[in-house]
Design a protein around this ligand. Structure first.
Ligand SMILES: [Zn+2]
Length: 253
């Protein structure tokens, strides 16, 4: 007997961005169109718990559109990834991932081919294929958040460098006598321009600036977004801090 006819499924891929406090994921068809998305706020302290979240999200996305056939999963991690793109070398945000053979573990868990890459490199690739750098031959993508990351694109290819760690601008020293960094060096750019470093500048100066608009925030710690918002409406202390951050960042333009 002839099997019942069904319409052919369309190939698609799942992209997952693992952050320090959330997982963002989407399923994308072969034309680059996002067909479904899922975000999860997490407090994942262990590898088994993180794996459980990833398996759950992939399961949900597979169910979201049954006309799609998932062919593979790309995972961006806030970490240095080995040159073979199989192992997580160091992840300051998620230290329980240090040294983990993440690609093979995820392939075993999900039953799908997995590509593993540093999150800033993934973002640079995204900007090149579907974003602001579609026309650019060479560019640098810089992400400034809890950490400072970067992806270098040369001749439309992610530049990996000898060890696969190229583009780690956050740990270039801008002041050899400066603030100590967790990486063992001193005066790393990240210590001066990351979101926590911006908040720290406010903490150090707010007592001396009683007229600052940031004084009204008393029920929670002031964050970098608050400083940015205050600078946009002309708050003097916030403008000075944003200006300092700009000077450090601008040195690499
Ligand atoms: Zn450092």
């Amino acid at each position: 007997m002839k099997p019942p006819s069904s319409s052919p499924k369309h190939d698609c891929y799942i992209g997952i961005d693992i952050g320090g406090a959330s997982i963002k994921a989407g399923v994308v068809d072969s034309h680059g169109k996002i067909r479904a998305q899922r975000n999860r706020v997490i407090a994942h302290e262990t590898l088994p718990l993180l794996s459980q979240h990833i398996a759950g999200i992939v399961g949900e996305l597979k169910e979201a559109d049954l006309s799609l056939e998932v062919r593979g999963v790309g995972i961006g991690v806030p970490a240095l990834v080995s040159k073979r793109k199989s192992r997580i070398s160091i992840s300051p945000s998620l230290p329980y991932l240090n040294g983990v053979e993440f690609k093979s573990q995820m392939e075993g868990l999900l039953g799908l081919p997995v590509s593993l890459e540093n999150d800033a490199n993934v973002a640079a690739y995204g900007e090149m294929t579907a974003g602001a750098a579609r026309e650019a031959q060479d560019f640098v993508y810089v992400s400034i958040g809890t950490r400072v990351g970067a992806g270098l694109v040369i001749n439309r290819r992610i530049y990996q460098g000898a060890g696969g760690f190229a583009g780690e601008l956050g740990h270039i020293s801008v002041d050899p006598e400066g603030k100590k960094c967790f990486c063992g060096s001193s005066g790393c750019l990240e210590r001066y321009v990351s979101a926590p470093s911006i908040a720290q500048r406010v903490e150090e100066r707010i007592v001396l600036n009683p007229s600052s608009a940031l004084q009204i925030i008393t029920d929670r710690p002031i964050n970098a977004q608050d400083v940015s918002a205050a600078a946009l409406v002309g708050d003097k202390m916030a403008c000075v801090i944003i200006g300092e951050v700009g000077r450090y960042t601008d040195a690499y333009n």
